[in-house]
Design a protein around this ligand. Sequence first.
Ligand code: FAS
Ligand code: PHB
Length: 389
Amino acid sequence: MRTKVAIIGAGPAGLLLGQLLHTYGVDNVVLERQTPEYVLGRIRAGLLEEGTVALLDEAGAGSRAHHEGLVHHGVELAFGGARHRIDMHAATGKTMMIYGQTEVTLDLMNARKAAGLTTIYEAADVKPHDFDTDLPRVTYVKDGITHEIACDFIAGCDGYHGVSRASVSASAIQTFERVYPFGWLGILSETPPVSHELIYNNHARGFALCTMRSTHRSRYYVQCPLDDHIDQWPDDRFWDELKRRLDQKAVDELVTGPSIEKSIAPLRSFVAEPMRFGRMFLAGDASHIVPPTGAKGLNLAASDVHYLSHAFREYYDEKSSAGIDAYSSTALTRVWKAVRFSWWMTSMLHKFPDQGEFGARIQLAELDYLVSSKAASTSLSENYVGLPL
Ligand code: FAS
Ligand code: PHB
C-alpha cells in the first residue's frame, strides 16, 4: 500500500488530521491499534475552544457539535465558601463549547467513513521506519499478516504511550516533565448539572470540578491521592466528598445519581522536543501532556493538527517545505503557553502535600486577585478560551 501521509493513531488528533488532509486533497491512511468501540469508550475531555470547533467545521465534522454542544460564556471560581463568575466572553469576545471528546471522535469517525477513507483498526505492532530518509514507511500486523505502507510522511498521533515518540533515538529528543502528587477521580452521571457553567473549586480538602456533557449528563471530578483505587470510591463516598468541597448553594442544588463511568487519571505536565524527526511529525498527546485543569489537552491536539495539516497542504500544493520546516517551533510556541497555563491553574486550585498554611494563603490571594482585577481575569480568560492560532 502507498499513501502520502501515514497517520498512527485514530484518536482526535489522528482523525482530525486525516479529515483536514482529505479536505486538502492529501491522501492518507490511519492506523489504530484498538477497536473503534474501545476508542469511543474512553471518557476524556469535555471543553472545546472556538478554534477547535472551527477546525471540526473545516473538516466537515462540526454540525452535530453546533446542534448538541453547550456554548458557554464564562466559568465560576469557588473558594472560601463563595463563587465568583469570570465572564470570559465579555473579556475576549470568545466562547467555549461543552461537547465531549467521545462525540468529537465519533463525528470524525463518521466523516471519515462517509468519505470512504482507509482506517485500519486493530492494527498490531505498528512501527514507523526510515523516517530519517526520503523513503519512510510504516509496518503493522493484521490478522497475523505483516503489512507495509510506503509514504511521504508519518504523523505520530498515537498519544502518550504510543510507538512514534518511542521510536526516536534518545539522543534526538529532549523531554520536560512534572508529575503532580495527586490524581483526578472523575464520575459521569445521568443527572442535571449543578450549574449551567463550570465551577472550579479550591478547598482545604482538595480540588473539585463541576462540569457536564449535556443538560442531563453531569461530570464531576475530585482531587484524590495518587495511590487511590477506584474500588475505594463507591458512589456514596464520591458524592459525600464532592459535597464537602462545594459551596452551600451548589450542595443544595446538587443532584446525585448512579455513576455511569468512574475513573482515576494521573496528572502530569510533559513536553517532548522537537516535534519533527525527519519525515515523522508528532501531534497531540504523542508530544505533550497537560493536567486537565486548563481544559487544554484535546484543544492542543487540535492546534498541532491545524499547523501540521496546513504544512502538508503547502508542501503538496506549493511544493514548499517552509511549513513542515517550521512546524515544530510553531507548534511548541503555543504548546508551552498552554503547558504554563495548565500548570498555573493546577498550582492555584489543588491542595499540595507540602504547601503548608503559607501556600494555602498564597492560593487564596491569587484567586482573590483574579476575581477582583479586570487585568487578571482578562489574562485568565484569554488563556482559557484559547490563545490565537
Ligand atoms: P489519544 O491518546 O486520544 O489518541 C491516541 C490514539 O493512538 C489512541 O486511540 C490509541 O489507541 C492509539 N495508539 C496508541 N499507540 C498506538 C500504536 N502503537 N499503534 C496504533 N495506534 C496507537 N483533556 C482535556 O482537555 N480535558 C480532560 O478532562 C481530559 N481528561 C483526560 C483523561 C484521561 C484519562 C486522559 C488519558 C486524558 C485526558 N485528557 C483531557 C487529555 C485527552 O483529551 C487528550 O488531550 C486527547 O485524547 C489527545 O488526543 P490524541 O493526541 O489524539 O491522543
Ligand atoms: C470536562 O468536562 O471533562 C472538563 C472540563 C474542563 C476541564 C477539565 C475537564 O478543565
